[in-house]
Design a protein around this ligand. Structure first.
Ligand code: AMP
Ligand code: GLY
Length: 420
């Protein structure tokens, strides 16, 4: 069978690595891919926003399964386009992808279906939003409705910060039309956990829990990034809490979407706060997390290609097997300056000796050139390791990180500390 992965980050390299292990896959493409995917698959020079070219490629090359990494092509309707062309594509339809594409849609849906989430108000008028801010307690959370590359959420500690956020989003249109409406919601307290579910045919199987590290500096300081590291599973999430998440969040969402005529398939990634009143949804994503995927897929024993192929065909995932005695950790090595401006084209060395039977390097912003492997993005790669215990996985990952050499390499030193 032939598989195509859309995207160019660490998540896509990890998907390629996992799918490649399937005995059913004999041809693997990544569009556009990176310097790591080119070693295990064929990179195709087409980007995720070019839906016409992706559909043509899949039709011409008789691709059996396409797996989409980033959210934008899903929100733009890539799955609908592939279905019209008679090709299987893993992910939700355009209508279902609104769970991530519109926070207003997601919040109103959760309210209708009694999926636990923070209380909220919605505004499409900046004056009304500002006047509402005058009547609330702080902190409060302001969210731009549409996609904003992970930057559209502001936890405001005061009325001044909240008003500035509303001005940036609604008046100055910092995120364009994504700021036509805002969600203002109460601030939840607790521990943040992510749970990914593979969904199809109205059923779901959960992947292990994980925790991301969004800020650039240690101790969760500094600006938000795409994610600087992750680990899985999260030791403080009990089996009972997992079952509650499965029932009240994942299955309630699937049944609710079905009841509203928008059946959901693909991966549903719930960003959760484990509060004193139980788990509540902070956000839904309709794709795999990055770098969460880098720690989740090394824990999966089942054939990922089979699972995703069945889901994309509208069938229920029957079961999924994990390496239950394994923890995984990923440490992202970034370019100095990220998430602000940074230099590209720095030669990367030292990767040859990192990989072993429980450690692998997943590339993100890397490119192969005549001068060898060079940096081409903010998040450059993630060293991922696994072991029986989280402490062992972290130790092994950090030992690998020390071997990475390029000018301006930066990484956090405290990945996984909360889990220890
Ligand atoms: P989101 O993109 O909606 O997940 O928001 C990004 C980050 O903002 C989350 O990972 C949380 O750290 C924080 N956040 C979002 N909503 C809330 C909330 N209601 N209460 C507290 N923190 C939140
Ligand atoms: N690591 C956060 C995300 O993928 O949304």
């Amino acid at each position: 069978m032939r598989a195509l992965i859309v995207g160019s980050g660490g998540r896509e390299h990890t998907l390629a690595w996992a799918i490649k292990k399937s005995p059913n896959v004999d041809e693997l493409y990544v569009a556009p891919g990176n310097g790591g995917t080119s070693q295990i698959a064929k990179n195709v020079p087409v980007t995720g926003d070019d839906l016409d070219a992706l559909v043509s490629f899949a039709v011409e090359n008789e691709v059996d399964l396409t797996v989409v990494g980033p959210e934008a092509p899903l929100v733009d309707g890539i799955v609908d386009r592939f279905r019209e062309a008679g090709r299987r594509c893993f992910g939700p339809t355009r209508a279902a992808a609104r769970l991530e594409g519109s926070k207003v849609f997601a919040k109103e849906f959760m309210k209708r279906q009694a999926v636990p989430t923070a209380d909220f108000e919605i505004f499409d008028d900046a004056t009304k939003a500002r006047s509402y801010i005058g009547s609330v307690d702080f902190p409060i959370v302001i969210k731009a409705d549409g996609l904003a590359a992970g930057k559209g959420v502001i936890v405001a500690a005061s009325a001044e910060e909240a008003t500035a956020a509303i001005d940036d989003i609604m008046a100055k249109k910092k995120f364009g039309a994504s700021g036509d409406s805002v969600v203002v919601e109460s601030c939840l307290e607790g521990e943040e956990v992510s749970v990914h579910a593979i969904c199809g045919g109205g059923e779901a199987v959960l992947l292990p829990s994980s925790q991301d590290h969004k800020r650039i500096f240690d101790d969760d300081k500094g600006p938000n990034t795409g994610g600087m590291g992750a680990y899985s599973p999260v030791p403080f999430l009990s089996d009972d809490e997992r079952q509650t998440i499965y029932e009240t969040i994942i299955m309630r969402t699937l049944k609710g979407m079905e009841a509203e005529g928008i059946p959901y398939s693909g991966v549903l990634y719930a960003g959760l706060m484990i509060t004193r009143d139980g788990p509540k949804v902070l956000e839904f994503n309709v794709r795999f997390g990055d770098p969460e995927t880098q720690v989740l897929l090394p824990l999966v024993k089942s054939d990922m290609f089979e699972l995703l192929y069945e889901s994309a065909g509208g069938n229920s995932p029957e079961s999924i097997e994990f390496y239950s005695d394994r923890s995984a950790a990923a440490v992202v090595v970034a370019s100095k300056g990220y998430p602000g401006s940074y230099e590209k084209g720095r030669v990367i060395e030292g990767l040859e000796s990192i990989e072993d039977d429980r450690r692998v390097v997943f590339h993100a912003g890397t490119k192969r050139t005549q001068s060898g492997l060079v940096t081409s993005g903010g998040r450059v790669l993630a060293v991922t390791a696994w072991d029986e215990a989280l402490s062992g996985a972290l130790g092994h990952a950090y030992e690998g990180v020390e071997m990475v050499r390029f000018n301006g390499a930066y990484w956090r030193r405290d990945i996984g500390r909360r889990g220890l």
